[in-house]
Design a binder for this molecule. Structure first.
Ligand SMILES: CC(C)(COP(=O)(O)OP(=O)(O)OC[C@H]1O[C@@H](n2cnc3c(N)ncnc32)[C@H](O)[C@@H]1OP(=O)(O)O)[C@@H](O)C(=O)NCCC(=O)NCCS
Length: 150
């Protein structure tokens, strides 16, 4: 558990968090993960799923999988009302810290070439573009591989 400034706390998620995490998914993504998908991840990947609370309310989450010393970030989201206040950076800092604690050397994620907001966010958080996956997006758009290395 990591206490952050302004009543902000990052902690491991658990299956009871599924309704609030699924609600944030609905607010943040055009193709949100369903409650069932969130619940399944929380039940099977609880060591790879964190939430951030502000004064006791969940306002964001991040989850990843682990392969060959690399964290693959599957999801990161912050409730729209608290976006732009450093919460996403705090979540990502926790992901990086967990990666380093488990001897992982990098955190990778795929971002749609059309999602300038997400690309700018990852760039501001010291991720660099390391690859292009043509036509892999949900609308057949290219996906940009973004990587943070310690
Ligand atoms: C992307 C997301 C997680 C960012 O969370 P956030 O709390 O708004 O981000 P922060 O306030 O912590 O911003 C961290 C840095 O990124 C920068 N940043 C964030 N969004 C940005 C944007 N649209 N354009 C430019 N810079 C941006 C901030 O300026 C900040 O940099 P700074 O500290 O140097 O000023 C959030 O906007 C979100 O949930 N979006 C919808 C879901 C999504 O797109 N997830 C990513 C999927 S790939």
């Amino acid at each position: 558990m990591t206490a952050l400034a302004h009543g902000c706390l990052v902690r491991w998620a658990n299956p009871e968090d599924a309704p609030l995490v699924a609600a944030i998914e609905q607010l943040c993504f055009p193709r949100p993960w369903s409650f069932d998908k969130v619940h399944k991840w929380l039940s099977t990947h609880s060591r790879w799923f964190i939430v951030v609370e502000v004064y006791g309310t969940i306002v964001g989450h991040a989850c990843w999988s682990l392969m060959d010393s690399t964290y693959y970030l599957a999801r990161i989201a912050v409730e729209p009302r608290v976006q732009g206040k450093g919460v996403g950076r705090s979540l990502l800092s926790s992901v990086k810290k967990h990666a380093m604690d488990t001897q992982c050397t990098s955190v990778d994620t795929l971002v749609s070439e059309l999602d300038m907001d997400a690309l700018m966010f990852f760039k501001a958080c010291h991720f660099r573009a390391t690859g292009l996956h043509r036509g892999l997006g949900q609308a057949d758009e290219d996906m940009i591989e973004m990587r943070w290395k310690r």
